[in-house]
Design a protein around this ligand. Structure first.
Ligand code: HEM
Length: 579
């Protein structure tokens, strides 16, 4: 918190200095003019100084008219950087609202980045073969503390592999780890561990939690770590290590400065050190290869890194990123899904009905009906297995709530480096833009996820649990009427598809997306059916902004208040399982 305030203060100072610099230069003009009367030489020198200063403070990179329109910042040179530091991912939304452009070129000092606001243009760029995700090279050594040698080895070998068989070694690992039996094992182990937590909730009193977010974070992180790192030597079984991982995840952006990290980014620096100290013995002892319960995700990645010649300590540093990928987005998504169900009692009742009929389990109120015998009830209560396959299709309202929560909470900022000059085209709007080689393209999900012309003029920013229920042409027509946009309903349905990008897109699309859909809907079903979240307060529930993009968490202190998670009346004693 203190580090963030310091950064904010730094940017305030920079902004003030720039404003003052320009103001002073302007003030100098009459003085220089006066000077010209007494000393032509001093007049000449001062004029050159002022002109040079003004040029440096207002310069922007050359711009081709075929590129997206140039949007100059209010504060010259560093204005966009200051805006981004202050408003983070929402800065792109501000620019989109202010300019109403489908795409923009943002000059930052002598460099520029393209930002695509239009979903069709985003899809055109994201699917182009001439775009590369380059973030690893840019921040890996500062964020993870890797040596330059390690970064070069990884990037160099990845590039060799890519040119020889079209995909990188890591992409191959993702393909295997997130398909077939490996995927089933990953999901079953994680959900098995989650079921253990649910089953341990006592009848009657339930569990008290500081807030629902914290409870989910502990529960889901524990289950995820077991599924990923295996049962023999899971380094995250130690609560201190898990806590350090969360601290690292929350504060790691401060390490990007790369300057005196143990002072400037103290929390992240020491948290990383603690996690490294737990992961290093794990890799040194080769648990990743020797324990058969370890996931293919952990095993395959380490195998690749070893084949690149990385020592165990560098592998340990690199693999701090595993829990970030697996929990940073997944946990807040699950939080919003469950929180939104429980703060809308009418919706919760509908979901409970939908799930119980899909699973053919009898609700206690129905079971208490005289036509049902007591033995029926007991049988129902004994064990309920939530199926993983086909649940979404059987529970369309549940699936719609899940997607709507992803839509509202996703602030993913997909970034790509343009490898060769690329033209992106939107046939509907007729816009064509040139994206030049070696520039970066930013595609902010928040802008397209909340575009009123696509999602509805009245409720693009608000939660509509039924939004994803019906994708028929008729709904498209209704939307068209609401948003006032022209064109057929089909066009709007197409736009919506393009404008829903919580998992990124193209070649670097999240490899775990199928697992996420299956797991989240199953967990929501079990929690809705068998539990109550007492005390959840909608008035204390506010979404924050993510610094680096991804799924937004609730603001600190606004996670919905203290809660009691307890078994639903009539559903005590149920043994939950998934499969
Ligand atoms: C709600 C949950 C999740 C969301 C919203 C999400 C979203 C994303 C996004 C936006 C990307 C970047 C895609 C791009 O650049 O186009 C990504 C990449 C990735 N995600 Fe996820 N993710 C989720 C859960 C997970 C989980 C549970 C895992 C692992 C167990 C995972 C593993 C990865 C990996 C390894 C990548 C990098 C892919 C690459 O570089 O090719 N994600 N995810």
């Amino acid at each position: 918190m203190a580090e963030n305030q310091a950064t904010e203060a730094l940017f305030d100072v920079a902004e003030q200095l720039l404003e003052w610099g320009i103001f002073m230069l302007k003030c100098l003009i009459p003085i220089i003019w006066l000077q010209s009367i007494f000393s032509p030489f001093q007049f000449l020198v001062l004029s050159v100084v002022v002109l040079l200063g003004y040029f440096l403070l207002t310069l922007s990179p050359p711009h081709d008219s075929a590129e997206p329109p140039l949007v100059k910042p209010k504060i010259p040179v560093l204005g966009h950087l200051i805006g981004l530091a202050r408003s983070q991912v929402s800065y792109y939304s501000h620019i989109s609202t202010q300019t109403q452009l489908p795409a923009a070129t943002l000059p930052i000092a002598h460099r520029k980045v393209y930002v695509l606001f239009d979903p069709i243009l985003q899809q055109a760029a994201i699917k182009s073969k001439d775009m590369e995700a380059q973030s690893f090279e840019l921040f890996a050594s500062q964020i993870f503390g890797l040596t330059e040698n390690t970064v070069h080895k990884i990037v160099g070998r990845d590039k060799d592999m890519e040119s020889s068989h079209g995909t990188t070694d890591m992409e191959q690992v993702f393909k295997v780890a997130f398909s077939g039996d490996r995927l089933s094992k990953l999901i079953n182990t994680k959900l098995g561990a989650l079921a253990d937590t649910l089953n341990a909730i006592s009848d009657g009193q339930g569990v008290e939690a500081e807030n629902l977010f914290q409870w989910l974070r502990e529960t889901v992180s524990r289950a995820t770590s077991k599924a990923l790192w295996g049962e023999k030597a899971n380094p995250y079984l130690d609560e201190e290590v898990m806590e350090a991982q969360w601290n690292f995840d929350t504060h790691m952006d401060n390490l990007l400065l790369g300057f005196l990290p143990s002072i400037v980014a103290r929390t992240a620096y020491y948290a990383r050190k603690r996690v490294n100290a737990a992961l290093e013995p794990y890799y040194r002892a080769h648990y990743d290869q020797d324990d058969p319960t370890v996931s293919e995700f952990v095993r395959g990645r380490a195998r690749v890194l070893r084949s690149y010649g990385l020592p165990d300590d560098e592998i340990a540093k690199h693999e701090v990123s595993i829990m970030i990928a697996a929990t940073t987005n997944a946990i807040p998504t699950l939080f919003w899904c469950n929180a939104r169900m429980f703060v809308h009692p009418g919706l919760l009742a509908e979901i409970r009905d939908e799930v119980s009929s899909a699973l053919a389990v009898v609700l206690p109120t129905i079971a208490e009906d005289e036509s049902n015998s007591k033995s029926d009830q007991e049988e129902v209560k004994k064990e309920i297995k939530i199926p993983l396959v086909g649940l979404e299709a059987k529970c369309p309202l549940l699936a719609s709530v899940h997607k709507e929560c992803l839509r509202l909470a996703s602030q993913a900022v997909t970034a790509r480096r343009v490898l060769a000059d690329t033209t992106v085209f939107n046939p509907d709007g007729g816009q064509t833009y040139l994206l030049k080689a070696n520039k970066d393209v930013i595609m902010p999900a928040k802008v397209v996820h909340r575009n009123p012309a696509i999602w509805g003029a009245n409720d693009a920013d608000t939660f509509n649990p039924r939004r994803f229920l019906d994708t028929s042409e008729q709904q498209g027509k209704q939307l068209e009427k609401e948003s006032g946009s022209g064109g057929g309903g089909e066009k709007l349905a197409r736009l919506r598809k393009a404008a829903f990008v919580p998992f990124g897109g193209g070649r670097f699309l999240c490899p775990a997306r199928k697992a996420v859909y299956m797991e989240n809907v199953a967990i929501m079903a079990a929690v809705a059916l068998g539990f109550e979240v007492v005390g959840l307060d909608e008035g204390c529930l506010v979404m924050g902004d993510t610094g680096r993009g991804g799924i937004a968490s609730p603001l600190e202190g606004m996670e919905g208040a203290k809660v009691n998670i307890r078994r639903r009346e009539g559903w005590e004693g149920v043994v939950w399982s998934f499969g």
